[in-house]
Design a binder for this molecule. Structure first.
Ligand code: SF4
Length: 401
């Protein structure tokens, strides 16, 4: 058993971080986020590990996973003394709700603040120096006790994060673990909704990414969620994510490749996704304005009766299929059609070609599948099912085939 987050001497010297990172990425390449986190907490090659959390907009996902696996794992919270009051309240609430027993608040030394930023205005003239003083140095001190730390960074956040792996070599000194590297924004929202987790109150007020109050602004619809961080400055990281011991600056490395789009399957075969509007979750539908272009993302266990008052203004509904063995989405589609929903109905997720006819009979117009499923089940396989009505004896009886 590994030493996990406890600050105990390792039983044996660890191999160089680069070797361990290569090994860990190969070993856990096909694991899901929660499994990566669980293994990272127990794998001797990772060593002593802590979660570093800002208790920001999406932090609750990893904190919840951690609380399920081992709530005594150290959690390092950097209080720059420049945070929103809402963040401090949220931090205390989340830690109590999840029962986290080892949250450590990390702050700059008072003498360092007195020497370099006595009036608390350094951020106005030099954000790099301010971050170094209030975040980088305190965290570096705290991490001296650990061999690895867990972050909530994700590829979709773009910039230097677009090529993240689960495990990273931090300057040959430590390993960074990024269990959510491959998650999409919808995955984060689904996890929060499905686990009924408390949201940071500023999210609803237009802050999808939350840092220090002086350096975080509201984000407009359509902007990158991190656009409100150090707005109008050549800065997109606080400096706690290093390359060769320094905060990374300058041109961003290009992603290795364009992210692949999901594939839409229709009776005519494969097509790219032509739906350019965003999707609402059911709980935000009441806030949505406008008619005729609203789109809705539904979990497979949604109750369509909850949507009865809104269906007339919804153009598109996308139903999630977490597993091909989960048939609830078909029932949901059938009920939506019986309730009179005439808009576009899409099944998204783990639907396989053999289920195409069933999906069409249930009322779906199309299916959205991930690129890797499209590779495993190429277009020809789906097209063999495209004449689905010919195989539907009920349709033949009704003269529809
Ligand atoms: S985010 Fe702004 S206020 Fe916070 S430490 Fe960095 S520069 Fe200072």
């Amino acid at each position: 058993m590994a030493t996990k987050g406890k600050e105990m001497p390792l039983e044996s010297a660890l191999a160089p971080a680069a070797d361990r990172v290569a090994h860990l990425n190969a070993r856990y390449r096909n694991h899901a986020a929660q499994a990566v986190l669980e293994r990272a907490l127990g794998d001797a090659q990772v060593g002593r590990v802590a979660l570093v959390s800002s208790f920001g907009a999406e932090s609750v996902v990893l904190l919840h996973m951690l609380s399920v696996i081992d709530r005594s794992t150290p959690v390092l919270f950097i209080d720059t003394r420049m945070l929103f009051e809402e963040t401090l309240t949220y931090q205390a609430d989340v830690a109590a709700t999840l029962g986290l027993t080892d949250v450590r608040t990390i702050r700059a030394r008072p003498e360092a603040l007195a020497a370099h930023d006595p009036d608390g205005v350094l951020h106005r003239s030099d954000t790099d120096a301010c971050c170094a003083l209030r975040k980088v140095e305190p965290l570096e001190r705290a991490l001296a006790h650990f061999d690895a730390w867990i972050t909530g960074r994700k590829r979709f956040q773009g910039g230097r994060r677009a090529v993240l792996d689960f495990f990273e070599n931090e300057d040959d000194r430590r390993i960074k673990v990024n269990p959510l590297a491959h998650w999409r924004p919808e995955d984060v929202q689904d996890y929060i909704v499905n686990n009924r987790l408390p949201r940071h109150p500023l999210v609803a007020r237009g802050f999808p990414s939350i840092g220090c109050a002086p350096c975080t602004s509201r984000v407009a619809a359509g902007e990158n969620p991190r656009a409100g961080r150090w707005r109008d400055q050549d800065k997109d990281e606080c400096g706690i994510h290093f390359v060769n011991g320094r905060a990374v600056r300058g041109p961003q490395p290009a992603p290795q490749e364009e992210p692949e789009m999901n594939v839409i399957v229709t009776d005519r075969g494969f097509a790219p996704d032509d739906w350019t509007q965003g999707f609402h979750r059911p709980e935000t539908l009441g806030e949505a304005t406008g008619n005729g272009v609203l789109a809705l993302d539904l979990p497979s266990d949604a109750d369509p009766c909850d949507l009865a008052d809104h269906l007339g203004r919804v153009t598109m509904i996308r139903v999630d299929f977490p597993s091909f063995a989960d048939g609830r989405g078909f029932t949901l589609a059938r009920r939506l059609r019986l309730m009179g929903f005439k808009g576009r109905l899409r099944a998204r997720g783990h639907v396989i070609a053999d289920q195409y006819a069933m999906a069409r009979r249930a009322g779906f117009d199309e299916i959205e599948i991930a690129p890797d499923l499209a590779r495993r089940q190429p277009e020809a396989q789906w097209r063999r099912r495209s004449a689905w009505q010919a195989h539907d004896y009920q349709s033949r009886l009704r003269g529809l085939a």
